[in-house]
Design a protein around this ligand. Structure first.
Ligand SMILES: [Zn+2]
Length: 77
């Protein structure tokens, strides 16, 4: 069977695809549940308020547990 689309069946998962993100989307760490809010930014990581998740520097990771960006989940409003 050609069921390649089922490989990517993580509902709401960011998965490293920035095109799925809106500028005001909040994302939650899949490991420790820390939430990135673009309106707040990340003081620990030196991210100023108003920075969309998709604009975070490549090396940015969860300030709580150090998990990488693609493990974050989009929080549905
Ligand atoms: Zn975390």
């Amino acid at each position: 069977m050609n069921s390649g689309t089922f490989e990517n069946s993580f509902e709401g998962s960011y998965g490293g695809d920035a095109s799925r993100l809106r500028p005001d989307d909040k994302l939650e760490c899949g490991i420790c549940w820390w939430v990135y809010d673009p309106a707040v930014g990340d003081a620990v990581g030196g991210i100023p308020p108003g920075t969309p998740f998709s604009a975070l520097p490549e090396h940015w990771e969860c300030p709580e547990c150090g998990t990488l960006q693609h493990k974050f989940m989009i929080i549905k409003a």
